[in-house]
Design a protein around this ligand. Structure first.
Ligand SMILES: Cc1cc2nc3c(=O)[nH]c(=O)nc-3n(C[C@H](O)[C@H](O)[C@H](O)COP(=O)(O)O)c2cc1C
Length: 209
């Protein structure tokens, strides 16, 4: 009987894993609902602390919900751009670009951490560690979600902006009080696949003790 390792070798899964790209421009084609269901379900097979599965997925299917999200994030973005000394016209262009990016993506999924899933501790280091484990678990689901999309011939990108205005995002989307936005994942059929972003040599990143 073939071993799992042998099967993987034939699939060249490592090469396939390396072929995922972050994609920010999509064809207008819709993502079939069953395909999105499969992708989200695969995301939930990510490893996670205590198998507490603290991830939550908010599918922003309506224009209204996406406008609310962008509205909740744009004041902070504008403030940052202004603090960086950007001109009024540059600020307007960048705000419009981020608005259009969210509105035009065929799918937009707000990835959240449900802090009610975390164990409660009395001491601060454990509480902090438990919170980090929740964030790490949600990030693993996000990575797996992007790979599951890749497996379907889709592509996507993780957008970090919701992290900067969590309270505004929660209020605008009327999220449950325990759901904390961790990132926005845009998905769709790629307009084009970019060149790979370079990676640092593994020899510079590892140590053997
Ligand atoms: C936590 C996280 C936050 C990211 N935030 C953004 C973002 O706000 N905007 C963006 O265009 N890409 C964002 N990205 C995508 C990265 O820029 C991208 O993964 C990186 O440049 C490597 O490119 P690749 O994914 O094509 O290999 C983010 C990725 C991660 C994992």
């Amino acid at each position: 009987m073939e071993t799992a390792a042998k099967q993987l070798e034939e699939l060249n899964l490592n090469e396939w894993l390396r072929s995922r790209r972050s994609v920010r421009r999509f064809r207008p084609d819709k993502v079939p609902a069953e395909m999105l269901d499969r992708i989200l379900e695969t995301a939930t097979w990510a490893p996670n602390a205590h198998n507490r599965q603290p991830w939550r997925f908010v599918q922003l299917a309506s224009v209204e919900s996406r406008e609310k999200l962008v509205g909740a994030m744009s004041a902070d973005f504008e403030r940052v751009l202004r603090a960086e000394g950007k001109s009024e016209s540059d600020i307007a262009v960048q705000l419009q670009r981020s608005h259009d990016r969210v509105l035009e993506a065929p799918e937009a999924i707000l990835l959240c951490l449900d802090i009610d899933m975390l164990d409660k501790y009395e001491d601060a280091p454990r509480t902090h560690g438990e919170y980090l484990m929740g964030v790490q678990s949600v990030a693993l689901a996000g990575g797996q979600l992007l790979l599951a999309a890749h497996a379907e011939g889709l592509a996507g990108v993780w957008i970090c902006a919701p992290l900067f205005t969590p309270a505004e995002v929660a209020k605008a989307l009327e999220l449950q009080s325990s759901w904390q936005a961790q990132g926005l994942i845009l998905l769709g059929y790629p307009a084009k696949l970019g060149e790979p972003r370079p990676r640092n040599l593994i020899s510079s990143l590892r140590r053997k003790l």
